[in-house]
Design a protein around this ligand. Structure first.
Ligand SMILES: [Zn+2]
Length: 258
């Protein structure tokens, strides 16, 4: 089977400054999220790149036509209802709202900040898979070294972890892409792709805007905006020589899970 790239974006209100006690209005959060999505349009409209867009229902409520249009080519999945707060009922309400907007079934979930929720709750809200797992150790956040590194089932729920390298489980998530030299990141990504047969990568649209003015730590904003967009073009171009891009739900249709 041709190796697959599961490229995903968390399409959301830009609330990260709140984590650092920097006040940002909901309007500005939405505008920055939308601007990032606009900046990604050349990629999202490119025939080579099919992606999964984990979208908060809150963001989709602000830009329903845009999300509907994107759903023609990309998979829309749930990033719950609000990025800044969560109750269990949001799992179902976000799935229903996104389904209403796209007129398509919504089968995937990724929790904001990879927050841990019981698999039973995800299942009861009608999802078929969960992509809220980064199987590595992030100091001060989570330690998932004991979790499988690749696709697995947990309490009946399919989980698609974010990719980490086979050796030492170096995460290939957004902060690595930003902070690692390009050649190192690409080498780790290709190594993981060869070993696993697929690569699951995720970014946020707001990374591809200017976010210098919001009091964020340097390692989160380093090389953002156009510089990062150029880096992403380069990565996707290199990856498409080795693999085919597909949505997470399409990937699950052609894959068997132990
Ligand atoms: Zn998020």
């Amino acid at each position: 089977m041709t190796p697959k790239i599961l490229l995903s974006f968390d399409v959301e209100e830009f609330d990260m400054p709140l984590e650092y006690n920097f006040n940002i209005s909901i309007e500005t959060q939405m505008e920055i999220g939308k601007k990032g999505l606009d900046n990604l349009m050349p990629i999202l409209n490119n025939d080579n790149y099919t992606t999964t867009l984990f979208t908060t229902a809150n963001f989709a409520n602000h830009y329903p036509d845009l999300i509907k249009t994107l759903s023609d080519k990309h998979e829309i999945a749930s990033h719950t209802f609000y990025h800044s707060n969560f109750t269990t009922a949001d799992l179902l309400s976000s799935r229903l709202r996104l389904s209403e907007i796209t007129e398509k079934p919504i089968t995937g979930l990724r929790m904001p900040r990879m927050r841990l929720v019981p698999m039973k709750d995800i299942q009861e809200a009608g999802y078929l898979y969960d992509a809220s797992m980064n199987p590595t150790w992030l100091p001060g956040r989570y330690n998932n070294f004991n979790k499988p590194r690749t696709l697995y089932k947990e309490e009946g729920m399919i989980r698609i972890p974010a990719s980490v390298s086979p050796n030492f489980r170096i995460p290939l998530f957004w902060l690595s892409f930003k902070n690692f030299p390009y050649a190192l990141y690409l080498r780790l990504a290709l190594q993981t792709l060869r070993k696993d047969g697929y690569l699951s990568l995720y970014f946020h649209p707001w990374e591809f805007t200017n976010i210098n003015a919001f009091g964020l730590p340097k390692y989160t904003i380093k090389g953002s905006d156009n510089e990062l967009l150029e880096k992403l073009y380069r990565l996707l171009n290199d990856l498409k020589k080795q693999a085919k891009f597909c949505t997470m739900s399409d990937f699950l249709e052609i894959t068997t899970i132990e």
